[in-house]
Design a protein around this ligand. Sequence first.
Ligand SMILES: *Cc1c(COP(=O)(O)O)cnc(C)c1O
Length: 387
Amino acid sequence: MDKVFELISKEKERQEKQINLIPSENIAFEGVYEAVGSCLANKYAEGYPGRRYYQGNGLVDEIEILAQERGKKLFGVEHLNVQPYSGSPANSAVQMALLEAGDKICGLKLSAGGHLTHGHPKITFSGKYFESVQYDVEEDGRIDYDKLAQLVEQSRPKMIMAGTTAYPFILDWEKFGKMADLVGAWLVADISHIAGLVVGGVHPSPSPFVDVITSTTHKSLRGPRGAVIGVTKKGLNKDIDLAKKIDRAVFPGLQGGPHMNTIAGMAVAFEEAGKPEFGQYAKQVVANAKALETSLRSEGLKVYGTENHLMVVEVGFEKGKEAAVALEEAGIVCNANTIPHDKAGPFEPSGIRLGSPMETSKGLKEKDFEKIGKKIGEVIKKLGEGD
Ligand SMILES: *Cc1c(COP(=O)(O)O)cnc(C)c1O
C-alpha cells in the first residue's frame, strides 16, 4: 500500500480513538466524503451557473444551484456564494468587495477570541491593507456592548466584523446591528464556529441584524472544508448590488475555478443540517459542553463559559501548551489558548480551549463529558506538582 494511505488509515484510527476536544473540528456527514472524493474534482467551472467560461458545465451548474438554494434556506439569506475555498478567503472577499485600501475595519482581538481575518494588525491581509480598530473582552471574558458601541461611535469604522473562534457566550446580534447602523458601517457576522448551532436552532441567527454572513462549512456544521458568503435582506436593502459585488470579489477578484467537489459536499451537508435530527445534535453539543464545564468547575478549575459549544479553561501562567501536551499523552486532544487579558504571550498562553462538537458526533453524552472533565482535572493538577 502507498505510504500515504497507510498514514490516512492511522489518522482515521487516531480520530476514532482519541478524545477530540478541538472546537473547530468535527466529523463530516458520511455523504460529504463521497461528494468531495468524487470526479467533480476534475472539472473546471470558472464563473457562476449559466455563465461559465468553459463548456461541459451543465451538471455542475445544477449542483451549484442545489447548494445555493439549500444553503439560502438554511442560513436565512437572500443570496449565497458557495465558492470560497475556506473561511479566510471568504472574509477577504467580503472586505475586498466593500472596502477600499486604508478604510477602517473593526474586529475582536485575536487574543480575546477573534480571528486573524478580522483586522489582526500588520501580518494579515485585513490588518495590513485596512486600518484596524480592535476591541477586547472584559475580565469575565464577555464583550461589553456599551463600551464597544462607544468605540464604534468614536472610530467610525466602515466595516464591523462580529464573530469568534474562542468566545464561549451567545453573541447579541441586535446590539451589533444597532451600533453598525448608527455609524453606517457594514456589519459582517462570521459564524464559522457556531454555524451548526445557528442552523440547529440553539444560537440566535444573525440574519435579521447584519448585512453579510460568512461561515466555514466544516466546523460545527459537519460539511466539507470550505466556506460561504450570504447576503441578507438588510444588506440588499442598503445596496441592491451587494450580491453582485461579493460574487465579483470571490471570482474573478480573489479566486479562480471553484472546487465543485466541495460545493457538492456542501449541498449534501446543507440537506442533512436542515433535518430535525441535526437540531437534536446541536442541542446535545451544547448540553455536553455544559456537562464538561460543570465537571471542570468541580475539579476546581476556572472556566470561561459556556453558552455554546466551547470554553476556555485557565491552567496556570504560561502553562497552556504544557497542559495541551500532557492531555494529548492522556488521550485527550485540545489546543493551548489565551485566557481573557492573558499576561502571557500567545506562544505560551495560560489556558486551553475545549469544545464538544466532534465527540458529540461520535455519540458521546453528558455522562461521558463528566468523566472527561474529571480526567482533565487530574492531568492539570499533576502539572502543578512538577514545580
Ligand atoms: C475558522 C474560522 C475562520 C477561518 O476559516 P479557515 O477555513 O481556517 O480559513 C474565519 N473566521 C472564524 C470566526 C473562524 O472560526
